[in-house]
Design a protein around this ligand. Structure first.
Ligand code: AMP
Length: 545
């Protein structure tokens, strides 16, 4: 129809150009391998991205080709985040913690042509290339090395990133790309079978970034200094590299230095205002901050997601450090931000305690994301905070299929809903509360027990550092919960009976674990992206622990 708006493409090229034009002076700070800080700006990023695009072109990278990264969060990874998709190719971020078979599988499945690798991973990858295995169809490895010595780090035939870049000519003009074109690829580790690929479009990244800047979403502003601890190889570092560039925020990359002290020091020195990571990371930082003096007063908000944030963690940051934790939910399949737990004006009237409880929920869908909960029979369940069903989502940055994977498409319904596999309630105010992954629910005599709720309550006990709950078959009750506990080093370990009594304040008698099912362990095993690895716990149990 005549008189409508322009249809300019929503691409990462536009975000990059905007960053150069209006935020050219804004800083990008990275902690590099030796622990020192490297500083650059959006203007310098832009210059190097054009050269990198020139280099990729010279290597014969064509639109649609997959180009991989195997790296920690850094300015070089950010350059790749822009150069690869801006050329029309596909940025394939590879999880550096994957077991060998999965690494081999995803690089082969994606047919990744060139792989950019951090120097510290050269040792991991060198043996494959030494025995002539090209991990699928990798034609060229390029090593990201702080000293420009990437070519001599042990990977046969590898080239050095800095040397190549110093010799490269910038691409002459940005190629024309469409916004539906593929820009990124990330594999998500399924509970069964091999990892599944999720292919992102420029449009999805662009709209996701705009949505994430919103004050009731990730609220990224040009006045922020943002530190993504969530790795750039997992779910696009929750979109922050692009969102920050769009908003003009300073980016602060921790590299491989992810323990309490280096994170606290980075927050302090760079006056970080916003940070994002999984609960475990914030728990480690909290333990450090409790014992050491750091000025973290610049932090206005910490985003936590990836797995359920215990209310006790949210409370501890608020009460001990005055820092607000914002709980967010998302998935690789949702680019990933889906919902975010910020308060409504009506909830501001609640007392502090109830506000913190509410912040423990995963929150309200961000604009653009539609949600529902579905019963076992496929019916829509009421938003009453009681009915429990599978969370389904749809929206412009939700995947509509897995990449080149015909067999595992059943989670994408014909009417556009993606079945997340997460079990949730939604209350009358629209707050989603994830109670479990479908496979982690415990069914005792026909009634469900939420493992997440039980973990949450257990972790509120002062003697508990971390807790995970799995199910165990039981002749009498079908299934019973097993509570795995890592005792806090600060206080004497609680007795199993104490823990059961503590859980008894919130759970019915029939839901409680038996005394013999309270198991103290050194550490809860974690997955490659830092979540509790319940598969490993179940394995440990079946092996007779
Ligand atoms: P991934 O694709 O690896 O990021 O994993 C996505 C899954 O992580 C979701 O389906 C949830 O099971 C879980 N998850 C992510 N964020 C949260 C959260 N805030 N609370 C509970 N579970 C979460």
């Amino acid at each position: 129809m005549d008189g409508l708006m322009m249809n300019t493409p929503l691409t990462l090229q536009e975000i990059l150009e905007r960053a150069r034009k209006v935020f050219g002076e804004q800083e990008i700070v990275s902690r590099i391998e030796d622990g020192s800080l490297h500083r650059t700006t959006y203007s310098q990023l832009h210059t190097r991205v054009l050269k990198l695009m020139g280099l990729l072109e010279r290597l014969g990278i064509e639109p649609g080709d997959r180009v991989g990264t195997f790296a920690w969060n850094s300015y070089r990874h950010l350059e790749l985040y822009f150069a690869i998709p801006c050329l029309g190719a596909v940025l394939h971020t590879v999880n550096v913690r994957l077991p060998e078979d999965q690494l081999r599988h995803i690089l082969t499945h994606a047919e990744t042509r060139v792989l950019f690798v951090d120097r510290c991973f050269a040792e991991t990858l060198a043996p494959y290339f030494a025995r002539g295995e090209r991990l699928g169809k990798i034609e060229q490895v390029i090593v990201l090395d702080d000293h420009g010595n990437g070519a001599s780090q042990g990977i046969e035939g590898a080239l050095d990133y800095e040397t190549l870049l110093s010799e490269a000519s910038p691409i002459r003009a940005m190629p024309t790309i469409r916004d539906e074109q593929a820009a990124g690829l990330c594999y998500t580790s399924g509970t069964t079978g091999s990892p599944k690929g999720v292919l992102y479009s420029h449009r999805a990244y662009w709209i996701h970034s705009l949505g994430s800047t919103g004050v009731d979403s990730m609220a990224v502003s040009r006045t922020d200094a943002m530190m993504p601890v969530v790795p750039m190889f997992h779910a696009n570092a929750w979109g922050f590299p692009y969102t920050c560039a769009m908003a003009g925020a300073k980016q602060v990359f921790p590299g491989q230095h992810l323990l309490g002290r280096p994170l606290a020091e980075l927050i302090e020195s760079e006056r970080v205002t916003l940070a994002a990571g999984v609960p475990t990371v914030w728990n480690v930082l909290l333990q450090h901050l409790r014992k050491n003096d750091h000025d973290v007063s610049s932090l206005r908000n910490m985003i936590v997601g990836g797995s359920a944030a215990p209310v006790s963690l949210i409370r501890a940051y608020k009460e001990e450090l005055g820092i607000t934790i914002t709980h967010a939910w998302g998935m690789t399949e949702t680019t990933p931000v889906g919902c975010c737990s910020r308060l409504k004006s009506t909830s501001l009237a609640l007392d502090e305690d109830d506000q913190i409880e509410l912040r423990g929920k995963q929150g309200i869908p961000v604009p653009g994301i539609d949600v529902k909960i579905e019963g076992d029979d496929g019916s829509d369940l009421a938003w009453d905070g009681e009915q429990v069903g599978e969370l389904c989502v749809r929206g412009p940055w939700v995947a509509r299929s897995y990449y080149e994977d015909e067999e595992r498409q059943s989670v994408f319904a014909a009417d556009g809903w993606f079945h997340t596999g997460d079990v949730a309630t939604i209350d009358v105010n629209g707050y989603i509360h994830i109670t479990d992954r479908k496979k982690d629910l415990i069914k005792s005599r026909g009634e469900w027990i939420s493992s997440v709720d039980m973990e949450n309550v257990a972790m509120a006990h002062p003697g508990v550092l971390e807790a995970a709950v799995t199910g165990r078959p039981d002749a009498l009750r079908d299934e019973v919960p097993v509570l795995w506990v890592v005792a806090s080093p600060e206080v004497p370990a609680p007795a199993p009976a104490d823990l059961v009594a503590h859980l008894g304040q919130r759970f019915a008698q029939w839901q409680l674990p038996r005394l013999e099912d309270i198991r103290f362990i050194e550490a809860i095993p974690k997955t490659s992206v830092g979540k509790f690895d319940k598969k490993a716990l179940r394995r440990r149990m079946s092996e007779g622990d």
